[in-house]
Every structure is written in C-alpha cells, then in structure tokens.
Design a protein around this ligand. Structure first.
Ligand SMILES: [Zn+2]
Length: 402
C-alpha cells in the first residue's frame, strides 16, 4: 500500500482537527482510552489513507477486536459488576456449537433488540454493545432512568463461527444444511449459500413469518424474496425476537450493526463518511404478505435519533450518510422485522476488518455507541415520536470515492 505520509491531505488535517475536538469534547477519561488506540495516531493514519478500498489487504491486524472466548468473559464481568442489572443468557448455539449470547438490561416496556457481527468481519458493533451494556448497567441516576423506560436486548456476536474465522459468512456446507433439514434432500442450494466459501450470508436467512419452516419447493429463492431460517444463528435471533413479541407484544426497535467499505464520501464534498445508516429495506410491503404493523416512518425516526445524536456539539462523528435507499431485502433481519412492525436501523460503520483492520477502532466503536445512545435517549425521554420523518431524506447520500 501507498505510504500514508505522502498522502497527508486536507482530509488528514481535518481528521486530526476532529480528533482534537474529540479529545476536548469527551473529556479526560475517554481521552485516556483513545490515546491508547492505534487509529488516533497523528495525520499519518488519518482516514481513509491505507484504506485499500475494494480489495482485501490480507495483512490487517484484528487482535484488538473481541474474540468469542473474550466476549464470554467480558459478558460475565459486566453481569457481575452490574450486580445483576445486566443479565446474560445463552440464547442458542452456532452451527459449530459456539454460544450465541444475549445480554438484557432494563425492564421498561419499550423494547430494543440490537445485534452485531452477523457478518463475521464487521466487528465494531460488538465493542460498542459491551460499552453500552456497561453504562446501562451502572448505578448512575441516568442509567436507572433508562432501565425504567426500556428493555434493551443485545446479541453482541450473532455469527460467532464467521467471527472466529474473520469472514463474512458462517461456516456450514450445503451437506451440513441438508443434515439439519432432511426435507431439503435433492432441493437446489439456497441462493445465499456459497459452496466455494462454505457458508451462508446469514443476513439473507430471515423471514417475516417466524413460524416458517424450510420447504424444498421454496428453494433456491432470490434476493428480492424472503429467507428460509436455515442457519442456527438466524434461528436463534428469530427465537429471541419471537420471545420478546410474546412478552411485550412487539419489538419497538431493531438495530443491525455492520461495517461497509471505508471509501464512501459524504455527498459530493471531501469528507469521508465514517458511518452510513438506513431504515428502508422494503420497497412494497404488500409484495410479501399481509403485514399491517409495517411503519416505515418509525424506522426513519429511529434513524434520525441516531443521526441527531451524532451531530451534537463538537461531535467528531458528524459525517453520517444515508446508505442506498432503492433496495428491497425482505430476507434480511432488518427487512423481515420491519415487516412485523419494528422500527429498524442499519449501521454501516466504515471498514470491514480486511480493509482497515483495527485502525481507529476506538473511535469507530464510540461512534456506534453514541448512535445507539441516541435511540435509547429518544425512547427514554419520550421524544421518539416527535422526530419528523421528513428530515430523513435530508441526510446526505453516501458516494463512492477512489
Ligand atoms: Zn454487513
């Protein structure tokens, strides 16, 4: 890759300024954390130099991210230090028999379900969720207030098999799939299973019908159709979602934490976007059955809560863009759960691990945590319904930049 020093541009300088503002704005405690992180070293590593957009570098470092074992230990620690305010459970197991944990905090009647790492090389959300859980489980007055108003359920590592391999897909052959679902013997391979990569894009394995069981005649399916709950990971999240519906009547907000390529710009200007968001995954709900609870405006409100939280004060995270809007993905968790009436938010934080490794890890995780905090605050303070969905389309669109 190009030596970063030769490309110190206005972007690099403005990134440094943003970093300085961050240090000032977020105070000494956070500054201490951040100065330890490689991503906030001086201009040499300013964004997006060394991003290597479009191609995986193969030499990025990921040890700073959280492994599955480490996650288990961290959750145990958070549960203990919260004195039971955060409750950790094994919700299910991945195909390779790794625990898929939920961590629940709060007892309010507004329900928020957040998952991370459905694509195993998209890891910032896991860190953000652990930090958020620690905060919401602490003994501050604000956290107590939040716990009164909301119930937050986190699935901090949804696809642990992919995560351990640092790859997008899970780790499951078609033969494995047929052994789990013998009725599929002889059926065509589901379109979102890849034989060469030996796994599913778990993010296409969802169906708004939570009682759906895989049928040979429904395969292979298409990107514009629903998924089939073939993977244990998607089945686990479906069961968590169904359990929350049973208990609370509905899941108010569902958030899916991803990472995108690092080379997207904000609008046509020269700021690189550290985050894209979206609340639109269904072009026409009537194409997929009868889903009377579908309410796109609520999704737009939830996205605005994220956007607004990231625009405040001297926030260094302000350059949020809209993910492409002309998509129709009913087989994603976002698409399926929006059909059932959840307000949904996609986070696409800058950079999968193969693009930027752990550079700027602390800042990017803090950005996700801050955005999630915007939804938590809007629900807690009762301002969620006041958000005007018409503002959503004023968020600048993301654009590819070389
Ligand atoms: Zn993703």
């Amino acid at each position: 890759m190009t030596d970063s020093g030769t490309l110190a541009t206005a972007d690099a300088r403005s990134a440094v300024k943003r970093q300085l503002r961050l240090l000032i704005a977020l105070g000494a405690a956070l500054a201490l954390t951040i100065t330890l992180l490689p991503g906030l070293q001086p201009a040499a590593e300013a964004f997006p130099i060394e991003s290597h957009c479009g191609t995986e570098t193969g030499n990025t470092s990921v040890e700073g991210f959280i492994s599955h074992d480490q996650l288990g230990r961290d959750l145990e620690r958070i549960e203990r230090s919260s004195q039971g305010r955060v409750e950790v459970e094994e919700a299910g197991r991945s195909f390779n028999d790794r625990e898929i944990w939920t961590a629940t905090v709060g007892h309010g009647d507004q329900v928020m379900l957040v998952q991370s790492d459905i694509h195993g090389n998209e890891k910032h959300g896991t860190i953000a969720l652990l930090n958020l859980l620690s905060t919401l489980g602490n003994n501050s007055k604000r956290s107590a207030e939040i716990r009164e108003k909301i119930t937050l359920v986190a699935v901090p590592m949804m696809n642990p098999d992919g995560s351990e391999l640092d790859q997008r897909r899970n780790d499951m052959s078609w033969e494995d799939t047929v052994s789990l679902h013998p009725q599929l013997e002889g059926a065509p391979r589901a379109w979102y299973h890849n034989a060469r990569l030996n796994g599913f894009d778990v993010n296409r394995d969802f169906n708004p019908d939570l009682d759906y069981t895989p049928q040979a005649e429904d395969l292979p399916g298409t990107s514009a159709g629903v998924g089939f709950y073939l993977t244990p990971a998607a089945q686990t999240v479906r069961d968590v979602y169904a359990g929350l519906e049973d208990e609370f009547g509905n899941v108010d907000v569902f958030v899916d934490l991803h990472n995108q390529a690092p080379c997207y710009r904000e609008g046509d200007n020269d700021h690189y976007s550290p985050l894209s968001i979206s609340g639109r995954f269904i072009s026409d709900p009537d194409d997929h059955g009868d889903w009377p609870e579908f309410d796109e405006d609520d999704s737009l409100r939830a996205n605005l809560a994220v956007y607004d939280a990231l625009q405040q004060g001297n926030s260094p995270f302000g350059k949020v863009t809209l993910y492409p809007q002309n998509i129709n993905l009913p087989g994603t968790a976002l698409g399926s759960f929006s059909l059932r009436g959840s307000a949904v938010v996609l986070f696409e934080t800058s950079g999968q691990t193969q693009h930027i490794g752990q550079k700027r890890m602390g800042m990017l995780a803090k950005q996700v945590e801050t955005g999630l905090g915007g939804i938590v605050d809007a629900l807690t303070d009762g301002t969620f319904d006041d958000l005007d969905p018409e503002r959503y389309d004023d968020i600048p669109p993301r654009r590819w930049a070389n």
